[in-house]
Design a protein around this ligand. Structure first.
Ligand code: ADP
Length: 395
């Protein structure tokens, strides 16, 4: 069974074609600058690259070029589009209506539109990818896998904000959480590594990348998570502020005359470790700068580590009987020093990482000492595979 996984952003589209008989990635690619001058598709098959540079005015044209690349005589991997059995789409916000991956129907589309108010950049873009597939592959089933779905198991005391209950009732203002597909994948994988049933696993999943979130998993399900109504809450991120006193927002708006669009931009694009350091949002640059004596880069890295510690420790107390702490995402999988900095201080709870074992990137590795009270792992996430698996199951 061949499954195409599509992840549409507002001007980009990532895709992977899986052979689900052996979960092999046959080909993957990225389309950039959709609707902007200089559209470009890059497809990778092993070491080989195939590039299409042609204007793509919308997502339908982008999807059409993806299909051309997949079936290209010299660079493609299938000879006919009929070889695609199903398409799995990454969707961002399914609100309270969507609690798991679903075959797309009118109800799902309605939910996507309804919750676009909380994901104005993502949901409409996800929808455009879906509509393009429906048009160009009319006989193929589409499945939606939502970032928010895994977190729908959170209890009310964890998803509500400390504001008047009427805002939840009238406007659905609550914590939804994101990166659910990754936290779900990591939970499944950790259960496998520990050789136990997922439903009996309590753990902390730390997805640290450009966007970062930590998830408290209780009985194999999301119990609490650091991202909120939108992916702005929680950890200090590449360019997002994460948690801050809400009064900062109103103060900045008053003092600088910022409107909602501007403040949204300040908090999402100009903040986080980029804003604090003035250097970069990329942790490799920050680590280099800090090593070369840049004070603000050093502070940004310390802030990131401290905020992560706070969530991990708090969630351990919320969940109880935590068996594993798992690092994933670009930073979680690759930054040896950041993992060390975050776990530094947990020795007093009997949790220790082994510096030699921690000298790894990606894969699936145990990095804690033999006598650590909680096992610490590095596990590479794979959201696309998760989407492909759910798609296979549902079709
Ligand atoms: P996204 O949230 O966009 O999917 P990723 O999970 O790919 O992001 O994470 C990207 C981040 O991972 C980069 O910005 C960089 O900070 C970090 N990263 C990648 N490789 C390394 C490395 N070797 N050392 C430290 N940080 C790294």
């Amino acid at each position: 069974m061949k499954i195409l996984v599509i992840n549409c952003g507002s001007s980009s589209l990532k895709y992977q074609l899986f052979d689900m008989d052996n979960e092999e990635v046959l080909v993957k690619g990225l389309v950039e600058r959709i609707g902007i001058d200089g559209s470009r598709l890059k497809q990778e098959k092993g070491e080989d690259e195939f590039i299409i540079e042609e204007d793509m005015k919308d997502h339908t044209q982008a999807v059409k070029h993806v299909f051309d690349a997949l079936t290209d005589e010299d660079n493609g991997v299938i000879s006919n589009l009929s070889e695609i059995d199903a398409v799995g789409h990454r969707f961002v916000h399914g609100g309270e209506k969507i609690t798991s991956s679903v075959l797309i129907d009118d109800e799902v589309k309605k939910a996507v539109k309804e919750y676009s108010k909380f994901a104005p950049l993502h949901n409409p873009a996800n929808m455009m990818g879906l509509e393009a597939c429906e048009k160009l592959l009319p006989n193929v089933k589409n499945v939606a896998v939502f970032d928010t779905a895994f977190h729908q198991s959170m209890p009310e005391e964890n998803f509500l904000y400390g504001i008047d209950y009427k805002y939840y009732e009238e406007q659905s203002i609550r914590k939804y959480g994101f990166h659910g597909t990754s936290h779900d994948f990591i939970t499944q994988k950790t259960a496998e590594l520990l050789g136990k049933d997922q439903s009996e696993l309590n753990m902390i999943s730390c997805h640290l990348g450009n966007g970062s979130s930590i998830c408290a998993v209780k009985d194999g399900r999301s119990y609490d998570t650091s991202m909120g109504l939108t992916p702005l809450e929680g950890l200090v991120m590449g360019t997002r502020s994460g948690d801050l006193d809400p009064a900062v927002v109103t103060f900045l708006m008053d003092e600088y005359g910022y409107d909602t669009k501007k403040i949204d931009n300040v908090l999402n694009k100009e903040s986080g470790v980029l804003g604090v350091s003035g250097v970069s949002s990329d942790f490799r640059d920050l680590e280099d700068a800090a090593n070369n004596g840049n004070k603000r880069a050093e502070i940004a890295l310390k802030m990131f580590a401290n905020r992560a510690k706070r969530y991990i420790a708090g969630y351990m107390a919320e969940v109880g009987n935590v068996e594993a702490i798992v690092f994933t995402g670009g930073i979680g999988e690759n930054s040896i020093t950041m993992r060390e900095d975050i776990m530094n201080g947990f020795e007093q709870f009997g949790i220790k990482i082994d510096s030699e074992k921690n000298n790894v990137r990606g894969g699936a590795h145990l990095i804690s000492t033999d006598d650590s009270r909680v096992k610490v792992f590095v596990v590479a996430t794979n959201e696309e595979l998760m989407i492909a698996r759910d798609t296979k199951r549902l079709v």
